[in-house]
Design a protein around this ligand. Structure first.
Ligand code: ADP
Length: 273
């Protein structure tokens, strides 16, 4: 006979069922491994500044530091470690809240040119410390307006420009170009610093991913900056890409929908709110 026997049919169904279940198990195992790795990463990241601060404080308690100048230096170092810890915890909270969708975005009409000015002003001192010029590209459109959560977009620009300063060349520049096209506002943040080797480019948006662990830590990075940037851009239904050449520099390009002619159905707007 040509029809499959009931036993054969049952066998096939069972096989299909088992394959599906195995795929589910694989997925959950992967998720669990990821969770465990993340927890290990977080613990490690938290321990580093805590141990550092403890070290400085214990040395002071043990009275090993008689010289008031040295003592001040140790205190400052301890304070700096704790500051780093505070940043890290803040970043972790922001990231997990964004991922869980708990953070409510406050969308409003947002002028990127004004935000850029604020960001440059805020980072001026850091740039001067590294002798890096903050430049607005001369091609910048005079009014780049998007529908966005202003504070979050300010954070995106801050993180990108700050990275440009951190990984930039002493005496170099960080240049920002705001371009308004028919449908989008494009933000380009360019530096002429260390650059990023090609094989790392797809991974730098992952939490705690660093190209050079020690160098990036010494620069005070939490390793969460770009992960936060990516989350914020996603929440705005935008995109981010990066081009980089080792020892030449990097360019991060963010593309966001223009206001008011490019509104998304999924984001609350004056029209659909
Ligand atoms: P961090 O706090 O370590 O700076 P980020 O998430 O902001 O973390 O960046 C991840 C990694 O990507 C950094 O550690 C650094 O290795 C690399 N990176 C980011 N921006 C730049 C840049 N403009 N130039 C060179 N490397 C960069």
């Amino acid at each position: 006979t040509l029809t499959a026997s009931p036993l054969q049919q049952l066998n096939e169904e069972l096989y299909e069922y088992a394959t599906k279940k195995q795929a589910e198990i694989d997925y959950l195992t992967q998720l669990e491994a990821f969770r465990r790795e993340f927890l290990a990463d977080v613990s490690h990241e938290l321990k580093t500044p805590i141990f550092a601060a403890q070290g400085f404080i214990h040395t002071l308690i043990d009275g090993a530091v008689e010289d008031p100048e040295v003592r001040d230096k140790f205190l400052q170092k301890a304070a700096k470690s704790l500051e780093g810890l505070d940043h890290l915890v803040q970043d972790l909270i922001t990231l997990s809240q964004m991922e869980a969708g708990i953070i409510k975005m406050h969308f409003q009409e947002t002028n990127l040119n004004l935000i850029l000015e604020e960001v440059f002003e805020q980072l001026e001192e850091k740039a001067i410390e590294r002798n890096i010029s903050l430049i607005i590209d001369e091609r910048t459109s005079s009014e780049c307006v998007i529908w966005a959560d202003r504070n979050r977009i300010r954070q995106v620009l801050t993180n990108l420009v700050e990275n440009g300063i951190k990984y930039g060349k002493e005496g170099g520049f960080v240049k920002v170009w705001l371009l308004q096209t028919k449908e989008h506002c494009v933000i380009e943040v360019e530096d002429n610093g260390t650059g990023i080797p090609k094989k790392h480019l797809t991974r730098i948006f992952e939490r705690f991913y660093r190209v050079e662990k020690s160098r990036s830590k010494e620069k005070g990075g939490s390793g969460l900056g770009l992960a936060i940037v990516k989350q914020i851009i996603d929440a705005h239904e935008g995109s981010i890409e990066v081009e980089s050449k080792v020892d030449k520099g990097s360019t991060f390009r963010v593309t966001l929908k223009r206001f008011p002619n490019q509104l998304s159905e999924n984001i609350p707007t004056p029209q659909n709110e």
